[in-house]
Design a protein around this ligand. Structure first.
Ligand code: LMR
Length: 343
């Protein structure tokens, strides 16, 4: 099927589903078993893909078959922007979009997670996501008809392009694909690159045909989408974080029988552990697989190169204060111990 036709069909399906939902807020509840459609955009063999499968299995077991979770990976059902609309309309019940994808809903604070070098490792990140700060951000989704259930890790991002990326000057003039985040836009501009927002499902082709020159993602996403086959160089920069909020349609969730909701919360807690315990290893494995593929050269930035990149990107934090909120940024610094003045 051609991409435009697929897109029209998806939009038509979405509109039809939306119309039906004006009549019944949560038809999935009337079914037996209760069906939860869980749509996502990455491959099954990634931290998110594996955790979604695990959640589906445990939800079935813990509810003794009362709930059936159907996982649709790889943008099979919806692309990024459409999946968010589909969730609000109730045509899917569960998603795990990356944290970069929530600002277009009007919850700009989420872009704090995109600030370059805001976390240096998973331990710093977990201080936020496992604590009250992470929860307070999830709570901001409620007025949008969305309930945030958990944070799932992917990992720190690498850059890729058809030239080695070592210094800030190497980025100048490159068209770089980004997710729909103003912080990522500012990050690429600070490097002299030209950011291009694009759905995840379109990135491989855009790299292959030269619509964009490069991109950023954790290694597990790069490898499972075969981006390394169309990018000559991968630079391990660990310059930013990509992770997920697992979210459900709020009317659907609120109307679930209390015992079922509790069992699903249990399944979610276990799936979160699966995601967060496996993410680092999956990303490390992906780097090894890229290396052995021989298709792309993996370069690990030196501490000095990484520091130069960090210094070049720090103005983005200040620049984004008016968008994200200075208090939100400060509360992240406080939680992780990061102090930009000490660079
Ligand atoms: C991207 O669009 O690059 C990522 O958000 C994909 C994902 O869900 O990990």
């Amino acid at each position: 099927m051609s991409a435009p036709l697929a897109s029209i069909l998806r939009r038509t399906a979405l509109a039809a589903a939306g119309a039906a939902l004006l009549v019944a807020a949560a038809p999935a509840l009337a079914q037996s078993p209760i069906v939860i459609k869980f749509s996502h955009v990455v491959a099954a063999d990634t931290p998110k893909g594996k955790a979604a499968e695990f959640f589906a299995k445990r939800a079935g077991e813990l509810t003794k078959g009362k709930v059936k979770v159907e996982v649709y990976p790889n943008s099979q059902l919806y692309k990024d922007k459409e999946e968010m609309e589909a969730l609000q309309l109730g045509s899917v019940q569960m998603l795990a979009p990356s944290l970069s994808k929530f600002a277009p809903l009007g919850v700009r604070e989420f872009e704090v997670y995109d600030l370059p070098f805001i976390f240096d490792n998973y331990a710093e990140l977990h201080k936020v996501t496992n604590g009250p700060l992470g929860k307070s951000l999830l709570d901001k989704l409620q007025p949008k008809g969305i309930t945030g259930l958990a944070y799932w890790d992917n990992g720190l991002k690498v850059f890729s392009a058809n030239k080695p990326l070592k210094t800030v000057a190497d980025f100048r003039g490159l068209k770089m694909r980004i997710q729909s985040s103003k912080v990522l836009d500012a990050q690429m501009r600070a490097l002299g690159s030209l950011p291009q927002v694009m759905a995840f499902s379109e990135v491989y082709q855009a790299l292959q045909t030269g619509v964009v020159d490069g991109t950023e993602n954790p290694p597990s996403n790069l490898y499972t989408q075969k981006m390394h086959e169309v990018q000559k160089y991968v630079s391990i920069s660990d310059h930013g974080y990509l992770g997920y909020a697992v979210v459900v349609n709020k009317p659907f969730w609120d109307k679930l029988p209390a015992d079922v909701r509790k069992q699903l919360e249990q399944a979610m807690a276990e799936a979160t552990k699966v995601a967060n315990d496996s993410a680092l290893a999956l990303n490390n494995e992906a780097i090894e697989k890229v290396k052995t593929s021989g298709k792309s050269t993996v370069y690990v930035m030196t501490p000095a190169e990484r520091l130069a990149l960090k210094k070049a990107l720090m103005p983005v934090h200040k620049q984004m204060e008016s968008r994200i909120g200075a208090e939100t940024i400060q509360s992240f610094y406080k939680e992780t111990g990061f102090d930009p003045a000490k660079l």
